[in-house]
Write a protein that binds this ligand. Structure first.
Ligand SMILES: [Ca+2]
Ligand SMILES: [Ca+2]
Ligand SMILES: [Ca+2]
Ligand SMILES: [Ca+2]
Length: 386
């Protein structure tokens, strides 16, 4: 009896309530426990969080070369996730506050001592159609992502947009029967690539004394979502000209479009496209931003598209493809010139709160004057949500 009263008390404390006030905001815990079982039939740059296939050599002659079709298996719980929403609370004069902290375990450490990673940590202040967000969350740009690969999300293979610290201003006016969203943000450059090419101990985007800037305009009409977004930041690198030290600037830009169109009740067509340069910090260019040998930004184009079908309340399936294609003129020997994937996935709500997924990705990465790599990747995962 005592135990159940205790559980009841805990449940009452943790449950979302409508009694949130400025003095005691309601906390809504959420998350899931997850296990992934992965099989890659060929070497990728990362087994758990892949971005591309390594160049495969049929008959390696030195240990640095990667043997063709040398795969690996990997079983891990790192995508287990926990978070807490701080419920939207009115604090007077129609002003509301809210927030979120969310973490998982995909942050290094051994395979039994996984390090916690912050995914989101932000608060918002809103009034009417205005909202200010401060903290870390998704990039403003390229806000959609594919059905498969919940770890590295087809980043560097056609899907840009990661998470980073930012101060964001959003406006959500009503437009006819639907809504529009306009957002601008100042954000941290090099939050993903941690770039310090000159090794002077200062990240090159910070050294340029400019924050990253992102913007987005989006329309949500009759369940059709369509939008454009952009990113800019500048990397400043100290270079030794042989006679003196000079500074060299490399601009990072990305212009993207996204669309999501429901067709009937069960089918959705969804995708994004982009053109960019020096864009590895937003996950475009196959992890390549600047070619130091040529002293230039690497330009690239790409995107992804898929069809999702919600067969019924339990089963969902999706199939699609993605590509990231850096301009060959900006690359040197050994660099990645094209990254393509074709994929399919299915999800099953097996029990209340228990979901199982099976994903297949065929991946191919081309190199400049080096052998290409192709891989088949299977990910079988299960999770229990709370
Ligand atoms: Ca995206
Ligand atoms: Ca630097
Ligand atoms: Ca290319
Ligand atoms: Ca292969």
């Amino acid at each position: 009896m005592k135990m159940s009263r205790c559980l009841l008390a805990v449940t009452l404390v943790l449950s979302p309530t409508l009694t949130a006030s400025a003095d005691s905001p309601a906390l809504q815990p959420y998350g899931f426990v997850r296990l992934d079982g992965i099989l890659n039939d060929s070497p990728m740059n990362s087994a758990q969080s892949p971005g591309w296939v390594l160049s495969e050599v049929a008959n390696p002659t030195d240990p640095d070369q990667v043997a063709k079709d040398q795969g690996e298996i990997n079983i891990h719980p790192r995508l287990t996730r926990f978070g807490v929403n701080i419920a939207k609370t009115t604090v007077g004069n129609d002003v509301s506050i809210a927030g979120k902290i969310e973490a998982d375990f995909q942050n290094g450490g051994s395979e039994s001592r996984q390090a916690v990673r912050m995914r989101h940590g932000y608060f918002t202040v809103s009034r009417g159609v205005w909202e200010v967000l401060a903290g870390q969350t998704w990039d403003v740009i390229s806000p959609l992502y594919p059905f498969v690969n919940h770890d590295s999300m087809m980043w560097n293979s056609g899907n840009p947009g990661d998470r980073r610290p930012q101060l964001r201003f959003s406006l959500r006016p009503q437009v006819g029967e639907g809504n529009a969203r306009i957002a601008v943000a100042v954000a941290t450059p090099n939050a993903i690539n941690n770039r310090d090419l000159d090794g002077n101990g200062i990240r090159d985007g910070s050294y340029a004394m400019l924050p990253a800037m992102q913007g987005l305009a989006e329309l949500d009409l009759s369940a059709i979502l369509i939008g454009v977004s952009g990113h800019f930041h500048r990397d400043r690198v100290v270079v030794d000209t042989g006679t003196a030290l000079a500074e060299s600037d490399f601009d990072a830009t990305l212009l993207a479009g996204h669309v999501k169109i429901p067709v009937g009740k069960r089918l959705t067509v969804i995708g994004e496209a982009f053109t960019a340069q020096n864009a590895d910090d937003v996950r475009a260019g196959i992890g390549q931003g600047i070619n130091q040998a040529l002293n230039k930004e690497i330009r690239t184009v790409g995107g992804w598209g898929e069809i999702r079908v919600q067969l019924n309340q339990r089963w969902s399936v999706a199939a699609g493809g993605s590509v990231d294609n850096p301009k060959d003129a900006d690359l040197s020997d050994g660099m990645r010139t094209k990254n393509q994937a074709a994929y399919g996935g299915l999800g099953l709500r097996a029990l209340d709160r228990v979901q199982v997924g099976l994903e297949f990705i065929h991946w191919k990465t081309d190199y400049v004057n080096a052998p290409d790599g192709d891989a088949n990747r299977v990910d079988l995962w299960g999770r229990m949500s709370f």
